[in-house]
Design a protein around this ligand. Structure first.
Ligand code: PXL
Length: 262
């Protein structure tokens, strides 16, 4: 297996175990080089904290991309998560289009959960996110994000030929949830137990493990299952841990992830 390089583009929530602070360790644990581009720097993530600071780094994107282009830096995959602005989506698309040999584009729309958009986002952002999803090889929405992207005015969204959707939190019966992979070969479903207490940041844990597994040569369905089992183990470990309301102790489960990749 050749050594792979992923570019993760999402925020740094300095405290809170989500986005870059989970993507970097998880993808690295998978034996994959992980370059990062922080979309914004926040003191904490925006779910369950108040008064957090936000520094949007959109303005830095063009110069960073220009530098990388001059250096001829290439990636096997670009994985996007929580972004800081609509402008960033245009910058990312320009950068992606600049490659003759296109990296795999994996888009986690990371803009909402439990039926609502995160505080920073509105319908203009949803519209911009549709543009990015239309170029994606793989998108990883949760139910809320899927509804915002495909619902009402999004019904005309056209995915790239051969693109796949990995839908997380796809429950088909009480007490269980799962992952639904829809791609050129049809629909594949993996069901697992739904634990009573959910945790923030698990979408990012899932997407990062999925990208790491995919870069290890796993098929889409295998990667979807490995990421689900890993995320479930992280959530199980967090059950009843009220002090750790903001995320999961994913670090403790990394050996399990590495084992599953063997
Ligand atoms: O996990 C998604 C996420 C990432 N980054 C920030 C967030 C959230 C969800 O609320 O607030 C800053």
């Amino acid at each position: 297996m050749s050594y792979k390089r992923v570019l993760s583009i999402q925020d740094i929530s300095c405290f809170g175990q989500c986005s870059t602070t989970v993507a970097l360790p998880i993808i690295s644990a998978c034996g994959v080089e992980c370059a990062i581009l922080p979309s914004a720097v926040l003191s904490t993530h925006t779910a369950g904290f108040t008064g957090y600071t936000v520094r949007d780094l959109s303005g830095d994107f063009p110069a960073i991309f220009d530098h990388w282009k001059k250096e001829g830096i290439a990636f096997d995959a670009i994985y996007t998560g929580y972004l800081g602005s609509e402008d960033q989506i245009d910058y990312i698309l320009d950068f992606y289009h600049s490659f003759e040999q296109k990296p795999l584009l994996v888009v986690d729309p990371a803009m909402g959960d439990n039926g609502k958009l995160y505080p920073a986002f509105d319908m203009d952002y949803v519209k911009a996110m549709r543009k990015l999803c239309e170029e994606a090889d793989i998108m990883l929405p949760n139910k809320t994000e899927q509804d915002f992207l495909f619902g009402e005015s999004g019904s005309e969204m056209k995915l790239k030929e051969g693109a796949s959707i990995v839908l997380t939190g796809a429950s088909r019966r009480e007490g269980f949830t799962g992952v639904e992979v829809t791609g050129p070969d049809g629909v594949w479903y993996y069901e697992h137990e739904k634990l009573p207490e959910d945790r923030h940041g698990t979408g990012d844990v899932y997407s990062s493990a999925f990208v790491g597994a995919l870069m290890n040569g796993k098929t889409m369905n295998e990667a979807a299952k490995i990421a689900a089992d890993f995320t479930l183990a992280c959530i199980r470990e967090a059950q009843g841990d009220k002090e750790h309301f903001y995320g999961v102790r994913f670090e403790l489960q990394l050996p399990k992830l590495i084992e599953m990749l063997k």
